[in-house]
Design a protein around this ligand. Structure first.
Ligand code: AHR
Length: 776
């Protein structure tokens, strides 16, 4: 039975005042779209065939090859992987199907082991084919994969396949709903096939769908002002050879170069730069390409590498050509390429990201500076966005900002995946930024889980972003999309499977803000709000863990106690009562390949600090803080030679109020002053547009509250109230649609005051006209 919350006794009121003088950036809320979690192939790309180009390799994913994703129901006979005389060099691998032998049949179940989810309708099969000798005939069939599914496969013959590569198309109908497969077999002698696609026909236009309709509809509902693409890490790539080069992703599909994805799969490039631009257009959003700043991602063995100086002029020219592709008239070189692709009108590129949370090194500075200078000269109207590392603090953050100020970069991309507690403790972060420097683009951020707790904290943070919108001009939650069962990163804004979209609680928050856009910020004062205390670091209990290893802990002592020797393995946790302000121990790994974790905290406070020795592939030292079960790094990662079996490590932790100092083998590693500021459990913000007042209330309290909101601009009117109420902070999970989406209601405004019931852990928006539309 659900607990019925009792109303809080503390009176709470909100007073909306005059404009503060801050305009709300018209582009404030946008989307971050990266090919992570199968967001594109297997997601937005409406093509239902997996590995239709037969180009998968072990570089995409260990064990993969040209026939990954394909079934050979009759065995390998009659199916030959070839690359001689290919359709194109970037997509050289193809398959020869031979009739008359045992085999010769290929099936594709798309992105789900049990089959493609088909619904009644028509699907366009498109592939490249040729016959090596006699006349080629291919049989294509859609069929349910499970015997219990209703429906029978329809078989169609593609005849007249010629002796050179040509494109053939066929419409296949389906009159059942369920898991299904596409089957292809040679009906006569031999047929070579490549670039197999199966797309549903759009019921309105009759054309094969480029994007998956339900996903586009869910994105449109977010009313994004901009779409950032293609990453994230995908933009700067896993190594120099993996940097995303836009020119390899445009033009005829077969000329696009598929590439291993930094997230462990292949990008076919069926959605390349041109399609990204088309998607922006479809969503009514400004395109925001992000190009590598001449360096690749730092998370590769050996660290980041820079494009050699001699190759930089060509790389810079490619960036300038991208701007021309997007904005040039059809009579320019790259504008003509765009026009030839069916889009004579420019795409209206206004933002260009250069770099993605890179290590800001001398090489980075050099290459970033060259690109900036070239774009400035060639396209002064384009806003170049610099980068400030992966975290909202730290050496790359500091150096990235210093560089941006020095070079007068107009905007800086900050990233911050942080816990709800961090977000609530940092609502004033942008209140104190220097307004004379670059503007902020909060390019990747999220509250670390798909729960109400995270979504509510995100809403509170968005109120603060909006209030600081003169400075924070753009923001995008990340990542955007995740296919259930194929996810590399959590949390994500929208989950999806073959059958539909599963919006998270955070999605509803983003949508509420998207629909609730004002043009000017109003003063908004809260009276009677309560604050929750953040505990000081504490050694009252300690927790010992050893993920991916077995570790024996000895000589465990605090300034108050000597504790027993303890052995832990994997996720097993040993909790010991300790106390005092100094902890020492010796950790000896017995087996395994990583290090160990020592946690400490006050039971019941919800907060545990953790020293992680041999974190991230046994390569780093990290101090982190876990609040309400969600973890943030708070110091590090610092490079570390690694924990070795049978080489004991001596650890010392000292606490002095909020200060935490940690020594590993007598070397000082962490010297950190923890953030122990209280955090508010109620936040309010207000904006106005065309005489209508827009109020947002965010409650992170466990009790419901009745709140009076004074809105002097609206003496007597009816407020439209939208409530997203989660009831419990831990409600909501990845891979599920959040069960209670926002609900609408109305509330009367009398004498400039409107009263609303604010449920626990909720987000409430009010739209209050100056007066009701009497004519209507
Ligand atoms: O959003 C997922 C990843 O997070 C991005 O690719 C990267 O930029 C960040 O580390």
């Amino acid at each position: 039975m659900e607990r019925t919350p009792k109303p809080s006794t503390s009176p709470l009121s909100v007073r909306v005042g005059s404009p503060t003088g801050t305009s709300v950036s018209s582009d404030l809320w946008g989307l971050f779209l990266e090919d992570i979690n199968y967001a594109l192939d297997g997601g937005l790309n409406a093509d239902l065939v997996r590995n239709g180009g037969f180009e998968f390799t072990g570089s995409d994913h260990p064990g993969w090859g040209p026939l990954t994703g394909w079934g050979l129901p009759d065995g390998p006979g009659g199916v030959e992987v070839r690359s001689a005389a290919p359709l194109s060099m970037p997509n050289a691998t193809h398959v020869r199907l031979s009739a008359g032998t045992r085999g010769g049949r290929l099936t594709n179940r798309g992105y789900h082991p049990e089959g493609i989810w088909l619904r009644p309708g028509t699907y366009r099969l498109r592939l490249a084919a040729r016959r090596p000798e006699e006349e080629g005939r291919l049989v294509a069939r859609l069929a349910p994969t499970a015997p219990e599914n209703q429906g029978s496969g329809q078989e169609l013959v593609i005849a007249g396949i010629g002796d050179g590569w040509s494109w053939v198309e066929l419409d296949l109908t389906c009159d059942w709903e369920g898991r299904s497969a596409l089957e292809l077999r040679a009906a006569t002698a031999q047929v070579d096939i490549d670039m197999v696609e199966l797309r549903p026909l759009d019921p309105d236009t009759g054309a094969p769908a480029l994007f998956r309709a339900d996903l586009v509809q869910a994105l449109r509902a977010l009313r994004p002002s901009f779409v950032r693409f293609p990453g994230g890490c995908v933009a700067h790539g896993y190594g120099l050879d993996n940097i995303y080069h836009w020119k390899n992703t445009i033009g005829p599909r077969e000329e696009r170069r598929p590439m291993p994805n930094t997230w462990g799969y292949q990008q076919s490039m069926a959605i390349g730069y041109h399609e990204y631009f088309l998607l922006c257009e479809e969503l009514g959003a400004s395109p925001m390409p992000v190009v590598a700043a001449g360096v690749c991602c730092q998370n590769v063995p050996g660290g980041p590498q820079a494009i050699p100086s001699a190759r930089m002029p060509q790389y810079i020219q490619d960036v300038l050509d991208l701007v021309e592709y997007a904005n040039g008239a059809p009579d320019t070189r790259w504008g003509a390429v765009r026009a030839a692709a069916g889009h004579p009108e420019p795409f209206g590129l206004r933002y260009l990201g250069v770099g993605n949370e890179d290590v800001v090194s001398d090489e980075f500075e050099d290459r970033f500076g060259q690109i900036l200078e070239a774009v400035r000269a060639a396209a002064p109207a384009v806003t170049v966005i610099g980068t400030a590392g992966p975290k909202p603090y730290g050496p790359d953050y500091d150096r990235g900002w210093e560089l941006a100020r020095r070079l007068d970069v107009p905007m800086v991309d900050e990233h911050g995946y942080r816990t709800p507690r961090w977000l609530l403790q940092n609502l004033d972060r942008y209140d104190h930024y220097d307004r004379r420097g670059p503007a902020v683009y909060l390019g990747e951020w999220a509250g670390r889980s798909s729960t109400v707790r995270s979504a509510v904290a995100e809403a509170a943070y968005m109120v603060a972003l909006q209030r600081n919108s003169d400075l924070v001009q753009l923001a995008s939650y990340a990542p955007l999309l995740a296919r259930v069962g194929s996810t590399q990163w959590l949390p994500d804004l929208m989950y999806f499977d073959d059958r539909g979209v599963l919006p998270s609680c955070s999605y509803h928050v983003q949508q509420m803000f998207a629909e609730h856009r004002g043009t000017e910020v109003l003063a908004c004062d809260v009276e009677g709000a309560t604050a929750r205390p953040q505990p000081l670091p504490s050694l009252t209990t300690i927790e010992l863990r050893s993920p991916r290893a077995r570790t024996h802990f000895t000589e465990i002592r605090t300034d108050a106690l000597v504790l027993p020797d303890t052995t832990v393995e994997g996720e097993q946790v040993a909790t010991l009562a300790a106390g005092g302000s100094r902890l020492e121990l010796v950790a000896s790994r017995v087996s395994g390949d990583q290090g160990f974790v020592v946690g400490f905290g006050e039971p019941g406070s919800g907060t545990v600090h953790e020293v992680r020795v041999g974190d991230w592939r046994n390569q780093s030292l990290v101090l982190s803080r876990r609040d309400d079960g969600l973890t943030d790094e708070i110091d590090g990662p610092h490079p570390f030679a690694g924990v070795r079996t049978d080489q004991p490590i001596r650890l010392r932790v000292e606490l002095d109020a909020a200060r935490i100092t940690v020594w590993v083998d007598d070397v000082l590693v962490h010297d950190h002053v923890d953030d122990v500021r209280d955090w508010p459990d109620f936040v309010a913000g207000a904006t106005a547009v065309d005489g209508t007042t827009l109020v947002t209330l965010v409650s992170a309290a466990d009790e419901p509250r009745r709140i009076d909101i004074a809105i002097p601009a609206a003496a007597s009117a009816t407020a439209a109230v939208t409530t997203l109420a989660g009831q419990a902070p831990e409600r909501g999970a990845p891979f599920e649609a959040f069960p209670s989406p926002p609900t609408p209601a109305v509330a009367p405004v009398r004498g400039g005051v409107v009263g609303v019931d604010v449920p626990p852990w909720s987000v409430v928006t009010l739209r209050v006209p100056a007066q009701d539309d009497v004519a209507g």
